[in-house]
Design a protein. Sequence first.
Length: 429
Amino acid sequence: MDRNRVALSIVLALTLVGAVIVATRNPDVETTQEIQVEEKPPVRIGVVSPTQESDPGYRFLAQLAESEINAFCNESGIKYNFEFVFGCACGMAQEAQDETRRLHGLGANLSVGYAWSSQLCASYNGFGEEHGMSVISTGSTSWSSCCRKEDRAFRLHPYEGELLAPAALMIHSRGLTDVVVLQRGDSWGDFMSEGFCEDFEDLGGRVASVIRYDGFIWSEQEEHEGAIRKFMEDAESSVKGVVGEQGVEGAAVLALSFTEMAEILQMAEEYPVLLNVTWFSPECLSDPSPIIKNASEAAVEVGIFACRVHMPDNHIYRRIGEAYREEFGEPLGFIEANVYDGCWIMALSVIEANSTEGVDVCEVLPDVATRYSGVTGRCILDEYGDRIGMNYDIWGYFDVDGACESLRCGTYRYESDEIVWAPDPVPDA
C-alpha cells in the first residue's frame, strides 16, 4: 500500500482517535475515500450571503465551520487546509454573480450561499456552470427549471414541491374530505395547485374548486376593489356549496398565497362562511406579524395550519445554536444553519474527491451529503441535487390570553409518512 495514502472510514461520533473531542465538536459523517497526506495549499471556498443584514451571520457560521473543519483534518491526519472567503449579494441577483466572479478570481472554485433562487440562477447559470464550479444553496426553493435540474448546483432547502404531499396529508389527517383552493394566478400558483390536487386526490380527497386571483390586486385594493370582491364572493360561494354537501366538518380551504394572505383574511371577516371552515397553507409565512397585526381574529378563527422545516434537537444543533444566540441574540434559523452544514459538506466532498475541481466534487457530493448529519440533521439529495426526506413542524394561529399567537401544534414525520398532532400547541423554543 502507498505509504503516502491512508484509508479513511470515519463516523465522527465514533472516531477511534480523539473520539471524545471529535464527537462533541463535529457533525456526524462518514467518508471512505483514500486521501493524499502530502501538504496542500489552502482550499478556498466562497461564501455568498444574500443581504447585508444576513452577512454577519453567514460569516460567523462559516468561520466557525472553518476552524472546526481544519481541526478535524489535523486530528484525522488529513493534509487539507480550508479557507472561506466572503461576498455579499446585497439583495441583488447581479451582485451575487459579480461576487461569484470575484471569489472565483481569488481561487474559490466552490461556493456556498445563494439563499435566494434568483441569486442562485444568476450566479450558477450565468457564470458558475461555464467555469466548472460546484455550488451549494442554503435557501433556494424555486420549482423553476433554472433551479430544478441536474447540474452542479445543490440545494439544502427542500424545494417548494416537497411541501405538497405533507400539506395534503395534513388536511386529510383532520378528516377533511373536500378542499377549496385559493391560489395566486401565476405560474407558481398553478404549479402548487396542480401538485396539491394530485396528492390530495391520491389520498381519496376531493378538490371542489380552484379559484385564482391576481397577486397585484392586494397592493392596490382601492383600484381593484371590484376584482377583490368578485374573488371573495366566488370563494364564499364555493365554500358554501361544499359545506352544504359535506358539512363544516368535511370542508377546508387551502390558501396558496404570499404576504397577501393577511389582506385575504382581513377581507374574509366580511364573508362569514369562509370563517366557518379550517384553512391551511403548505408553508408558514416567514414573518407572521402582518397576519397577527391585521387579521388576528380571522386567523384564530380558521387556524391557517402550515408546515415549517423541523430543526432536530441534536448535540450539534444545541452547540451551534447556543453559539449563534450568544453572538446575535436570536435563535438559529434553518437557512442560517444550512450555512454551517453547507461548508462542512463542501469541504468533506473536497476530501472525498481529493480534488478542488467542481466537476470532481460534484461527483461525490450527493453521497457525502447522504452520509452527513449536522445541525439540520441528515441531508439526502434527489436526482436534481435538491434536499428531500425532511420532517416538518405544523404551526397554526391560536388565541392565547386574548392575543393571537403562532404556535407549534404537530409534526409531519417523513419516515412513517404521518402527521402527529400535539395535544397542546406550544411556542417556539
